[in-house]
Design a protein around this ligand. Structure first.
Ligand code: HEM
Length: 130
């Protein structure tokens, strides 16, 4: 299969932090974006393998499309706000009652689908808090 760069005409743009440039593709051309690659791109996220929640602090600056777990644009996830609210409630209520630790014998095997998933589930040990 020919690469997008060969099939599409590239127009150089201003060389900013994210290396912006434009691609003009033929009508009907299928374009897929790898969220995994975006979220692990060191040009977008320095030290991408490091767990650093401060990246998401309210005053942290980032490109408007640097985080795309729900995709972006007009066909993004319609459940995004519901999912985020449900997630926050579920995590908060769980952490109120339990301490969680990963099962060292059943490590998740990452498998990229539309979103990143675990092939063998996510196994945790729960200890009830007093
Ligand atoms: C953590 C949870 C979720 C994640 C990470 C997620 C992620 C995504 C992503 C990446 C897409 C775009 C797929 C594409 O590019 O074609 C999408 C689309 C969509 N999602 Fe979600 N989603 C989540 C939860 C939900 C929930 C809870 C609902 C419904 C209540 C939902 C409904 C939809 C629908 C209907 C679309 C298609 C939108 C369209 O094509 O116009 N999602 N989701």
């Amino acid at each position: 299969m020919e690469s997008a760069a060969k099939l599409c005409e590239q127009t150089p743009g201003p060389a900013g932090r994210y290396g912006h440039s434009s691609l003009f593709c033929p009508t009907g051309f299928l374009v897929l974006l790898s969220f995994y690659a975006l979220h692990h791109n060191p040009n977008v996220w320095p030290n991408p393998e490091v767990f650093d929640p401060s990246r998401f602090a309210p005053d942290a600056s980032r490109h408007s499309h640097a985080v795309l777990p729900f995709s972006g644009g007009s066909r993004n996830c319609i459940g995004q706000h519901f999912a985020m609210n449900e997630l926050k409630v579920a995590v908060a209520l769980t952490l109120l009652r339990f301490e969680l630790a990963p099962d060292p014998f059943r490590i998740p095997v990452p498998t990229p689908r539309i979103v990143l998933m675990s092939k063998n589930g996510i196994h945790l040990h729960l200890r009830k808090l007093l």
